[in-house]
Write a protein of this length. Structure first.
Length: 133
């Protein structure tokens, strides 16, 4: 067996807690690229009892916030991410770190001017209405 065999990069596919644990994002294949949508939210409710809404009044449950993410180098992806609270769109890059958490770096012009978050893998259950068990 050759010592030059490259180890497979960990996959970003799957479900991830956001850094603040205010949502679960599922990253999946969308055609040739990857995308991510909100599939779970903790028991956060608006005063009217509904789940959180985005800036346009649409339920955040099921909302695609990560799109057009293509592999830029082995195990690293670049795409666009939208903040559902204010509708701002950012470039982003993401990869799975050595600790198994997803690293997502959002930026406007260059990654140098961005901020990196750590999203741990989500291992719980999510109901169809985005409730987390």
């Amino acid at each position: 067996m050759s010592a030059n065999i490259a180890l497979a990069q960990p996959s970003p596919l799957g479900r991830w807690w956001t850094q603040d644990h205010d949502g679960v994002i599922e990253i999946s294949s969308c055609g040739q690229d990857l995308c991510g949508r909100i599939v779970g939210q903790p028991n956060i409710r608006n005063p009217d009892g509904r789940l959180p809404r985005d800036v346009h009044g649409t339920a955040e449950c099921g909302l695609t916030i990560l799109r057009d993410a293509a592999e830029s180098e082995a195990g690293h992806f670049r795409g666009l991410i939208t903040n559902p609270d204010d509708g701002s769109e950012w470039h982003c890059e993401f990869w799975v770190g050595d600790d198994g958490a997803l690293r997502l770096r959002g930026y406007i012009m260059l990654p140098l001017f961005g901020k990196t978050q750590s999203w741990p893998r989500f291992t719980g259950q999510v109901e169809r209405d985005c409730r987390i068990n």
